[in-house]
Design a protein around this ligand. Structure first.
Ligand SMILES: Cc1cc2nc3c(=O)[nH]c(=O)nc-3n(C[C@H](O)[C@H](O)[C@H](O)COP(=O)(O)OP(=O)(O)OC[C@H]3O[C@@H](n4cnc5c(N)ncnc54)[C@H](O)[C@@H]3O)c2cc1C
Ligand SMILES: *[C@@H]1O[C@H](CO)[C@@H](O)[C@H](O)[C@H]1NC(C)=O
Ligand SMILES: *[C@@H]1O[C@H](CO)[C@@H](O)[C@H](O)[C@H]1NC(C)=O
Length: 509
């Protein structure tokens, strides 16, 4: 880690970047502005896109956001008693600067922190249980895995340092036309190699022993992405960063950020599902013709359509995730790109844990572990089991031990049967199951990632998920797409796909 990156990170972390020089994008424009923009989907990606589009195009443009379901998408909560709990995207990294900026802008505090404690389950018994004493954990890891734990942390740091460059690029208004170009700008050819090989290959090449990969790395990729260490190195690094300290969540529920962003961006939320998008050519005042996108949608009051200058698709274009027909495009655009989404079933259950399920003879009243990760084995029917806290932490809250009935969250690839639940819990009184098509099934070497630009002024935000799926990734992609849309509308090619930004911007801080 050189001092240069350190100081950049320090600045970014202090939030100075937000008050720094604004990008040229906000300079007053003489050219004609778009009249109407559509955003399809109101998850964190779509709401962040609305926010950044407003920032780039100013107050004059009408921004419509289409969403047939609840605002928030994969950020969602369910109620147990009088408390809400996260069922989808739950934790945010301390260096996820866009998410941080959003809550500051919205005046929402982070959720009060409750200390977490992890354990690892091999399908038969607990192979590791974090102690309350930091030094005990360090000694345990040293004894079992030598310096590999520390080395892993350092490897993630070097990836993260490069990743952080995106904030500076975006602050200066730079954007990228593809996922590969965006990754290349962050981490050069090294990042493209990470994308194209498995985390396992990457870590083996770095000299990590197989036993460490199986017993520590794999449980982490399983809890975060429901997949083995054979996912790509970028999402692998994101996954490993997901066990850093300082993880946070949004007070009252992560999805509040979505509704908040839609509100402050003065968008119109249209409760409808987009069914198709087609190209329409209309004569313009100047005697020439203008191309529009006709968005067709179905809502409670039936079907309707509307014309837009710019459209941002903020939902995955994949089987089971959406079904949008694109008509009149040449070359044709598919409704679904190749590749599938991974099913993660999120079961929340209010009950008492069966300690023998974990092969533990420990008294439940002494068991205060919050996150039980699992090794990849044929005995593991679950990917993880966590004792979770409500989205709003009550005054004086202490996470209860396993002897008390409380809310647990189980991630599994298949829905849990009654027998399986009976094995895991001594008693329970209520449960809730959400079957997510959660994130891509990552299988490097990677096929070509879908494009950000589907057509002249039609953009696709969720292409970024093929590098890694996370709230912050969607937010980064949202800002990228808003910048792209702006620069392409105003023909500012100098702000798209610039090479060597890292060296060129070094003098600017
Ligand atoms: C179980 C689980 C755990 C996770 N854990 C974390 C975590 O801890 N940290 C983290 O950062 N990330 C996590 N993630 C990933 C994170 O939740 C996602 O990457 C992120 O929420 C994606 O946001 P998005 O807005 O891009 O997509 P989505 O949230 O999927 O939003 C897309 C929206 O588009 C709507 N839509 C679909 N079709 C149409 C249509 N035809 N017309 C109009 N609207 C349409 C959908 O209803 C949806 O609301 C997790 C995900 C899951 C499922
Ligand atoms: C607890 O788990 C053990 C081991 O899986 C199982 O044999 C037992 O039936 C379970 N007990 C209860 C009360 O569910
Ligand atoms: C990805 O890996 C495959 C096989 O290992 C290789 O053929 C391909 O050229 C690589 N692609 C990139 C972009 O590096």
């Amino acid at each position: 880690m050189n001092p240069q990156t350190l100081s950049l990170r320090a600045l970014l972390f202090l939030g100075l970047w937000q008050t720094g020089r604004r990008c040229l994008a906000s300079a007053p424009e003489l050219k004609i502005q778009p009249q109407k923009i559509a955003v399809v989907g109101a998850g964190i990606g779509g709401s962040a896109a609305a926010f950044y589009l407003r920032q780039e195009f100013g107050p004059g443009v009408k921004i419509d956001v289409f969403e047939p379901d609840t605002v928030g998408g994969r950020l969602a909560t369910v109620k147990f008693g009088d408390q809400d709990y996260e069922t989808g995207g739950a934790v945010i990294h301390p260096l996820n600067l866009h998410m941080k900026h959003f809550i500051e802008k919205l005046g929402i505090p982070p959720r009060k922190d409750v200390r977490s404690k992890a354990a690892i389950f091999d399908g038969k018994e607990l192979t590791f249980e974090e102690s309350d004493w930091y030094i005990v954990n360090v000694l345990h890891m040293l004894w079992r895995y030598g310096f590999n734990f520390l080395r892993m942390h350092m490897w993630v740091e070097t990836v993260l340092d490069k990743f952080m460059r995106i904030y500076q690029y975006q602050q200066y208004g730079y954007s990228f036309s593809s996922v590969d170009k965006l990754l290349h700008a962050m981490g050069g050819d090294g990042f493209l190699t990470l994308l194209n090989q498995t985390l396992e290959e990457t870590m083996m090449a770095e000299g990590f022993p197989q036993v460490f990969i199986n017993e520590v790395v794999s449980p982490i990729t399983r809890v975060n992405y429901g997949q083995s260490v054979r996912l790509n190195g970028i999402v692998g690094a994101v996954s490993l960063a997901g066990v850093d300290s300082g993880l946070w969540a949004v007070d009252g529920g992560n999805k509040r950020v979505c509704s908040g962003l839609l509100y402050i961006s003065k968008t119109e939320l249209i409760t409808a599902k987009v069914t198709s998008i087609s190209i329409k050519v209309r004569p313009s005042k100047s005697g020439t013709t203008t191309t529009f996108y006709e968005v067709n949608y179905v809502g409670e009051s039936g079907s309707a359509h509307s014309l837009y200058d710019i459209v941002v698709i903020a939902t995955p274009l994949h089987q089971g995730k959406s079904d949008i027909i694109f008509s009149g495009f040449s070359p044709p655009l598919p409704s679904h790109y190749p590749g599938r989404y991974h099913q993660t079933v999120s079961t929340l259950i209010h009950g008492r844990l069966n300690m023998s399920f974990l092969g533990s003879t420990k008294k439940a009243s002494d068991f205060t572990v919050s996150d039980i990760l699992t090794m990849d084995s044929k005995d593991s029917i679950i990917n993880s089991l966590s004792s979770i806290d409500p989205v709003q932490i009550p005054e004086g809250y202490i996470r209860p031990p396993a002897s008390v009935a409380k809310v647990w969250k189980v991630f599994s690839p298949q829905p849990l049967t009654q027998e399986q639940l009976q094995d895991m819990f001594i008693t329970w009184d209520s449960s809730s199951e959400t079957r997510w098509l959660a994130y891509p099934i990552y299988r490097p070497p990677q096929r070509k990632t879908p494009p950000f630009i589907l057509h002249n002024r039609l953009y696709y935000l969720n292409a970024v998920e093929w590098a890694a799926s996370a709230m912050e990734m969607s937010a980064i992609s949202a800002r990228n797409v808003a910048l792209l849309a702006h620069h392409r509308w105003h023909q500012q090619e100098g702000k798209v796909d610039q090479e060597d930004l890292h060296t060129r911007l070094r003098g600017e801080l």
